[in-house]
Write a protein of this length. Sequence first.
Length: 292
Amino acid sequence: QVAYDSRSHLRAPGLPSSLPGSSGGKPAYSFHVSADGQMQPVPFPPDALLGPGIPRHARQIHTLNHGEVVCAVTISTSTRHVYTGGKGCVKVWDISQPGSKNPMAQFVFIDRVIVPSPLCYNSLNLTGFFILQFQGHTDGASCIDISNDGTKLWTGGLDNTVRCWDLREGRQLQQHDFTSQIFSLGYCPTGEWLAVGMESSNVEVLHVSKPDKYQLHLHESCVLSLKFAYCGKWFVSTGKDNLLNAWRTPYGASIFQSKESSSVLSCDVSPDDKYIVTGSGDKKATVYEVVY
């Protein structure tokens, strides 16, 4: 199964009709947001979907039947194993060989395995001892990411804010305010750009040190998970609309799109950028091979 290559798009149902269309008469889905809030369609460069490290599409290669709603997924550093989590159980899968899949191991917990949402986040070292607590969100903190150099923590909240914290000093460095609750975020491994998935169905990509921002409109419902490729040239987002979208960093040219059979709650990209895994509401995870 090949995720269809969506190089031309219809305007997403949630996109306000008052927004300008792109040149040439085609509906726009990516907008640059100026410092004063003005939105203009993005003219994509000729190489937006070309060049080294830019996928052409993705094809489904494995279905992992977890048995419960899959609210968390991750791929091992070796890319041989996928971990799926949900409803009190983590399962381990070997994806190195083709064919039907059964978990090679599983770990059962008393409580459900979910992303916690306290008003603050705790930081622990590898021995499990409490180090820092970050207080600031006035409603649940719904998502987190850590910069590649390990110095900064990014948190998104149901209070419509994204905050950046210094992991060494435990203090807040930045705060970005939005008009919608934040459900997912990812910090680009190469730095500078932060992508945010929102309850409103928008994806926003903002520069972390200057007023440069893009707003992307292809999801039709809330954006539940988001992950950058390790090369930093693209990222994926998933949503309650059953969609997996792949976008070009930072301006959001659509690279490919795949429609699943249920809400897509979680996603991950392998360290070599060759695989994507998603976890969905229909109790399974899907592994895609990225085709270049």
